[in-house]
Design a protein around this ligand. Structure first.
Ligand code: AMP
Length: 131
């Protein structure tokens, strides 16, 4: 079971922002920028391009809905999209609010982000998602 499956199962806490029957979205615990969100399929697959076409399409549509909510909750020029997957073997899409290119710098993360601020951001994104 991956760490993300444990999060989806509620065994490990997360700053949840959205969920449906197939996908789950939550804040990255070491964000590259405030509002950095991960979108994961509930079914475990390591490499994103091993996911079947239909599910991958649904995952991107779910990520789009999250990105729309994220952009309202965390004002930005655009929401950037990245897939890395080098650390956690459970496919996920990174969504990052961008004002400038440097806001998507994965070599410079916010370590120990303030828990209250993370909770507040997650709540605001969730409210926009469910509006
Ligand atoms: P990568 O697999 O290279 O895309 O990186 C995995 C991402 O997951 C990193 O940005 C981590 O900060 C993030 N991450 C790892 N564990 C957790 C967790 N328990 N909660 C939220 N984000 C996590």
């Amino acid at each position: 079971m991956t760490i993300f499956s444990k999060i989806i199962a509620g065994e490990i806490p997360s700053y949840k922002v959205a969920e449906d029957d197939k996908f789950y979205a939550f804040l990255d615990i070491n964000p590259v920028n405030w509002g950095h969100t991960l979108v994961v399929p509930k079914e475990e697959t390591d490499y994103i391009f091993d996911i079947d076409d239909a599910t991958l399409g649904e995952m991107m549509v779910f990520a789009k809905k999250v990105a729309v909510a994220l952009k309202k909750a965390v004002p930005c020029r655009k929401v950037g999209v990245t897939v890395l997957g080098l650390e956690v073997p459970h496919a996920h899409i990174h969504l990052v609010p961008l004002q400038k290119e440097g806001d998507m710098d994965f070599s410079s993360k916010i370590s120990n982000p303030d828990a209250e601020k993370m909770q507040w951001i997650a709540k605001n994104i969730a409210e926009e998602f469910n509006a």
